[in-house]
Write a protein that binds this ligand. Structure first.
Ligand code: PBG
Length: 328
């Protein structure tokens, strides 16, 4: 009697066997929940393209944060949504202590202290009336170095408000070094920088624009990376590490798993990946039509991002994934 001598199916025969030999293990503490907090609303406002995700009020944010932390997730990434009339050309609300994001950071820091890792998006697009991630020249181009001055001020304001981590997501050259210097000069030497190292100009950010009420005209292709490029991310990584990045991030995640793997292979720093709004929306929309099982698809996608090399995953599904992990 002859048959296959090598039978890989032996290791797949039961849940217990599969659990024993699993190569990738996910823990709730690896998950970070991005959250939106809006000014001037008196009830949470649903984001239609992201079922279950809302713009929070200051109060609902605290409740939802508490639930997420109880589910065991590792951190929160906060985005602020100012009132439309508060937006201006330089995103003034971003670094005002009474700006929506900085107030929310202060509230969460006082609620949770050091029990969770509080992260802040350090970028101007939520706060500018033109929707770009930086300030503009008279000719309408995004002015790299003038934008750095704005990021410095924002990062310091966020650290002062209570952020443990600042996340510069604007892809300006030199943003990590500029922010590191500014934080250190103000005594925030422990404030950690999660650098958006490889951030691509992606169609998958679509629903985010609704989430933050962004009014972007044009696109971000002069500052975010071309999806065609892989080696460019390696150069961005070297620059960010030299400039003092503590953690590095790839974004989006699912269409860029090769980049996640490259970055993980090239650095010993913690690697994060951001499963962005459009990735979440795709799965939610397909599930609404009964075409895929949402929970299973989300769990598989997050596991795949970790398998590709990320040790931290930002996902809008973080609390649910965490709760399912804890049940297992
Ligand atoms: C910029 C920023 C964006 C996202 C996070 N930070 C939008 C953009 O770059 O256009 C997108 C996140 C998502 O799509 O979930 N501040």
């Amino acid at each position: 009697m002859t048959g296959p001598f090598i039978r890989p199916r032996r290791l797949r025969q039961s849940p217990a066997m599969r659990r024993l030999v699993a190569e990738t293990r996910l823990h709730p503490s690896q998950l970070v929940l991005p959250m939106f907090v809006a000014d001037g609303i008196d009830a949470p406002r649903p984001i239609s393209s992201m079922p279950g995700v809302v713009q929070h009020t200051a109060d609902s944010l605290r409740v939802a944060a508490e639930e997420a932390i109880t589910a065991g997730i590792g951190g929160l990434m906060l985005f602020g949504v100012p009132k439309p009339e508060d937006k201006d050309a330089i995103g003034s609300v971003g670094d005002r202590p009474d700006g929506v994001l900085n107030r929310a950071l202060a509230a969460l820091r006082s609620d949770f202290g050091d029990d969770t890792v509080l992260m802040a998006d350090t970028c101007l697009d939520e706060f500018t009336d033109h929707g770009h991630c930086g300030v503009l020249t008279d000719a309408g181009a995004v002015d790299n170095d003038a934008t750095l001055r704005r990021y410095e001020s924002m990062a310091v304001a966020q650290a002062r408000a209570g952020a443990h981590v600042v996340g510069p997501s604007g892809m300006m050259d030199g943003q990590v070094a500029a922010i590191r210097d500014a934080l250190d000069a103000e005594g925030f030497t422990d404030t950690t920088i999660l650098a958006y190292t490889a951030k691509y100009a992606s169609a998958f950010y679509g629903p985010f624009r609704e989430a933050v009420g962004s009014s972007l005209i044009g696109d971000r292709r002069t500052y975010q990376q071309d999806p065609a490029n892989r080696l460019e991310s390696a150069r961005e990584l070297l620059a960010d590490l030299e400039e003092g990045a503590d953690m590095v991030m790839v974004k989006p995640a699912m269409s860029y798993l090769d980049i996640v793997r490259d970055v993980a292979d090239r650095t010993d720093a913690p690697v994060a990946a951001y499963q962005v709004s459009g990735e979440f929306a795709m799965m939610a929309a397909a599930a609404e039509r009964g075409w895929i099982d949402f929970d299973a698809a989300v769990d598989e996608s997050v596991l795949s991002i970790v398998r590709a090399g990320a040790s931290i995953v930002l996902t809008y599904a973080a609390p649910d994934v965490a709760r399912r992990l804890s049940l297992r």
